[in-house]
Each structure stands twice: as structure tokens, then as C-alpha cells.
Write a new protein. Sequence first.
Length: 183
Amino acid sequence: MVAEHPGRPGAPADDAADPSSVIAGYLRFFAPATPADVAGFLGTTATAVRPHLPADLVPVEVEGRAALCPPDQVEALTSAGPPPGGVRLLRPSDPYLQGRDREVLVPDRARRCAVWRSLGPPGVVVAGGEVAGTWPTRQKGSALEITVEPFRPLAAADRPALDEEAGRIGRTRGAVRVRMQVR
């Protein structure tokens, strides 16, 4: 028997278990996407997802991959300019990395394996709008060590931004000293 907790919602009724609103929410943040992308996020199959997809989705192609997009996002997708410049160090749990279109973000399989490791996933370096490497950390007491492992050579002009990002991460982790090295 499951204990009742006052003020907590119970399990949804069978008729309230329609996943359409969850799917629409996923597409709002991670479109364009395939039914398999949505299914991967929900932990189900594309076959189970298809009947619940919004009827007005627009077919699009991204890097040779067929996908679906909500109609209110098509213009933003088709009129997108070049990727933003600059460098960012994203945490492994950053929403940018949570979509299921990993092949689009990181086309190389070995690099995808480095980014989305099961145990102890590293952070990700984004340079020029692309995933450009990883950054595992080690913290000993009040000292934080960040090792940037680029997938390609980073521009010398990116170093000040990397240093600034490393400092910001150190402050949020309460580190007194931050040491960053680029391999």
C-alpha cells in the first residue's frame, strides 16, 4: 500500500495520461526532432509516440536528416544566421545537451561517446556555436582544475573567454584557486 501525502497530487487518471502536452513541450524546446528523438526523451518507442504528435508539425530537413518542427518555429529555423561566436563551457546537464539529436550536435561517433559518457560525463566546450571539446574537472579542497580537451585547435583569441568561463565555474563551486589547462 502506498502512503498518502497531504498536498501531493496522486497518480493521474487513465484519461489524463495523454502524453500530447509533454510531447508539445519537448518540441517547443528541442525542435526540430524526429519521433524517435521524442520517444528517446520519454523512454518509449516512436510507434507509441506517433499517434500523439501534434497534427500541424511541418516536415523539415536538418543536415540531411528528416525531422518535424512546430509551425511557429519554422521561420526561425529557416532564417537562422551563422552560429554565434565566442566560447562557453557548458555543464553536462545543460539543456543544450539534453536533446536526443546528438548526431546533429556532434556528428563524429567517437566524440559523441566522449561527450555523453554514462559515468562522470564531462562538461562541453562550445566555440563558434559548435561542440568543440570537453572539460573534465577535478576538485581538491578549495582548488579546482579544469582540463579543456578540444576536438580541434581552438583559436588563441578564445583563451581569454575560456579563462573567464573557468573563473565563473570556480566561483559557483566555491573554489579559491582555479587552474585551467588546454591539451
